[in-house]
Design a protein. Structure first.
Length: 308
């Protein structure tokens, strides 16, 4: 175990996400819990989410789409108020839209970014904020979104490179940022049991979940949906770290997600269960420890296990 407090360094969690709202959905509980424990939390968002849909019909106008990046920045700030997070940064890339759409070809997009250059931007933030723990997505980006995949690609590179002075030497030679080696890297996970709980609860209430098979689905479509679910979900036994976020952290996460008005409707399958449903299915956040430079014992119940 590393006693980081004896060095004057404040234990720090850095969560790396693709768009505003992803941070609350995926790691909101961990962020709120870390803040409550006196730990430092830094959010890095890679794009402004300019290409997102607007789920509120009255807001779904050309004018709002034109300034959606600014709208989502305000939503993010309000959400961070609920989570208690006071430090967040943006990597500076344009939203890549969904796979196969025209946004993928935008030269400003995250999907088109040079990976070494993009990783260097994140390394700059790692060296500046000195996180002990970093979270990112898996290599499927959670659900196949190009910006999520790039977030994974950049996150794993930054984790490996931030402590190596051979990478981006200008950052410490010209800017005074010393190399910094984070201790742990996690990937977010959606356990299969959560899918089962959500589907059962929504079926009982007469609603369909994200994974419900349409009544008119062809065998090919069913196979496609099953293959997608297999990439998106993980067996419970693959989860290394179950973080209890029940109580105040879950309430903060629930309040924060309601600030992302343009992106998440109360009619969304994610929200239809209500807070009672969240207490049943989302009281734990699941993570997979991808790499650790400290000794820890699995399964864990704390992202900082082995550090403090």
């Amino acid at each position: 175990m590393i006693d980081v407090t004896s060095t004057g360094h404040r234990p720090t969690l850095m969560t790396v996400h693709a768009h505003p709202d992803d941070e609350t959905i995926g790691t909101g509980g961990a962020m709120a819990k870390a803040v409550a424990a006196g730990q430092r939390v830094v959010l890095i968002t890679c794009t402004r989410g300019e290409m997102g849909d607007i789920v509120v019909p009255a807001m779904d106008t050309p004018e709002n789409h034109r300034r959606l990046g600014e709208i989502r920045a305000v939503e993010l700030e309000r959400a961070m108020g609920h989570l208690g997070v006071t430090e967040w940064e943006n990597l500076g890339y344009h939203d890549s839209d969904m796979m196969g759409r025209v946004g993928n070809h935008d030269p400003r997009s995250f999907w088109k970014a040079d990976l070494d250059e993009a990783a260097g931007r994140l390394v700059w933030f790692v060296r500046r904020y000195r996180p002990d723990v970093i979270t990112t997505y898996n290599d499927f980006g959670g659900y196949g979104h190009p910006d999520h995949i790039r977030t994974h690609d950049v996150g794993i590179r930054a984790f490996d490179r931030a402590g190596d002075p051979a990478w981006y030497p200008e950052q410490f030679e010209e800017e005074g940022l010393e190399p910094w080696t984070p201790s742990k890297l996690y990937e977010q996970a959606i356990p299969a049991s959560v899918r089962e709980q959500m589907e059962a609860r929504m079926r009982e209430s007469g609603h369909k979940s994200f994974w419900s098979v349409p009544d008119d689905a062809t065998p090919e479509k069913i196979a496609e949906m099953e293959a997608f679910a297999a990439k998106m979900l993980v067996p419970d036994e693959a989860v290394t770290t179950w973080l209890d976020v029940s109580g105040a952290p879950l309430q903060a996460k629930w309040d924060a997600i309601h600030e992302h008005v343009t992106q998440i409707s109360d009619e969304s399958p994610f929200m239809l269960m209500g807070f009672d449903g969240w207490r049943e299915s989302w009281a734990n956040e699941a993570y997979i420890l991808r790499e650790s430079r400290v000794e820890t014992s699995l399964p864990e119940t704390d992202l900082f296990a082995g550090i403090v």
